[in-house]
Design a protein around this ligand. Structure first.
Ligand SMILES: Cc1ncc(C[n+]2csc(CCOP(=O)(O)OP(=O)(O)O)c2C)c(N)n1
Length: 335
């Protein structure tokens, strides 16, 4: 542990990570029931980044993400019932059942959307940051992105604009080293790491072990203070590891696209187990505290799945609304 934290805060971090993992693993377990009919990209193993930022962002801050968005949505205060209902395609879902796992949105929580197009929401996040700046607030926008996003042109255009206008935007890059099956080595020059390339734009950058929740929290706090005090954008790169296949509920290590040694090493770096072991050794909390937290989470997660499954699918009329604005207004699909 890099810096000292209180018992209460340690338990908060643990709760945040356990909640995300429980939700993701529950989705994985139930996916084969064929009731969730959209693709899902799970974040099991990558919980530390989301749990840490979740303790820092305010409700009035804004966030956007991409295809692997569950953890980000939950960390930003999204509604768990509405997220699970969305994955089940129900009208009670956060996008009224029309978006599925990759299109989460919850304006009440400041979670302004996620899309499946790699890099697609980066300019949206930068635009939102511009609007916050124009309003004169000290709220910030957090743009969650994977390592493949920095291979898109739109990322660099957005970064350039954010730097030019000194916008209050935090880019959080979860570098899990792979874009589907392609390692970084076949996609990007290894001369510099991602955060070093970004530093060339003159923005604040930092990097770290994305599985060490306390150090992630410390680095994020520093970056967010930098942004809130008007000093402009920040970019954080955290190295981490996704446990499961790129898309779907299974493990795909049998495919051999990630070296065995790499997998073994990262499996030993479980962010939850490692943090809790240290916290218990440091007497920040006990096994019993953790059990109590887990039992609350289990109840909450079970209730969310029940809520989703008991909800209706969108009606025919509903299904044609909010897809094409004009078409919906005119009701042309219903004629
Ligand atoms: C513009 C675009 N190109 C390609 C794809 C196909 N695709 C979907 S996810 C993905 C990998 C993204 O990798 P990364 O951003 O590192 O996130 P990770 O899945 O590793 O969390 C790709 C190439 C896409 N959705 N959009």
């Amino acid at each position: 542990m890099v810096y000292s934290i209180t018992s209460e805060f340690a338990l908060d971090l643990s709760r945040g990570m356990r909640r995300i993992r429980s939700v993701e693993e529950h989705i994985a377990t139930r996916y084969s029931e064929q009731e969730m009919r959209c693709p899902t990209h799970l974040s099991s193993g990558q919980e530390a980044v989301s749990a840490a930022i979740g303790t820092i962002l305010r409700n009035t801050d804004l966030a956007v993400s991409g295809h692997r968005a569950h953890a980000h949505y939950l960390a930003k205060g999204g509604d768990l019932n509405a997220m699970i209902a969305e994955i089940y395609g129900r009208v009670t879902g956060c996008a009224r059942g029309k978006g599925g796992s990759m299109h989460l949105i919850d304006e009440k929580a400041g979670f302004m959307g996620s899309t499946a197009i790699v890099g697609g929401t980066v300019p949206v996040g930068v635009g939102l940051a511009y609007s916050l700046m124009l309003k004169g607030s000290d709220d910030i926008t957090c743009v969650f992105l994977g390592d493949a996003v920095v291979e898109t042109g739109v990322f660099f255009e957005s970064l350039s604009f954010a730097a030019l206008k000194n916008l209050p935007v935090l880019f959080v890059c979860e570098n899990n080293f792979y874009s589907v099956y392609s390692p970084l080595s076949v996609r990007q020059s290894a001369v510099k790491k991602i955060h070093e390339k970004v530093a060339g734009f003159g923005v604040y950058t930092d990097e770290g072990d994305g599985n060490d929740v306390v150090s992630v929290h410390q680095k994020m706090s520093k970056a967010v203070n930098h942004i809130r005090s008007g000093k402009g954008p920040a970019f954080l790169e955290f190295e981490t590891f996704r446990w499961r296949e790129h898309c779907g509920p299974n493990y795909d290590d049998d495919l051999g696209y990630r070296p065995d040694q790499f997998i073994e090493e990262w499996n030993g770096r479980d962010p939850i187990a490692n943090f809790e072991q240290q916290a218990i050794t440091s007497a920040l909390f006990t096994e019993a505290d953790i059990d109590a937290v887990q039992s609350e989470i289990d109840t909450e997660v079970a209730a969310a799945f029940e809520f989703a499954r008991a909800s209706d699918f969108p009606s025919l009329e509903e299904a044609s609304m909010h897809v094409f604005a004009t078409a919906a207004e005119e009701g042309i699909f219903l004629k």
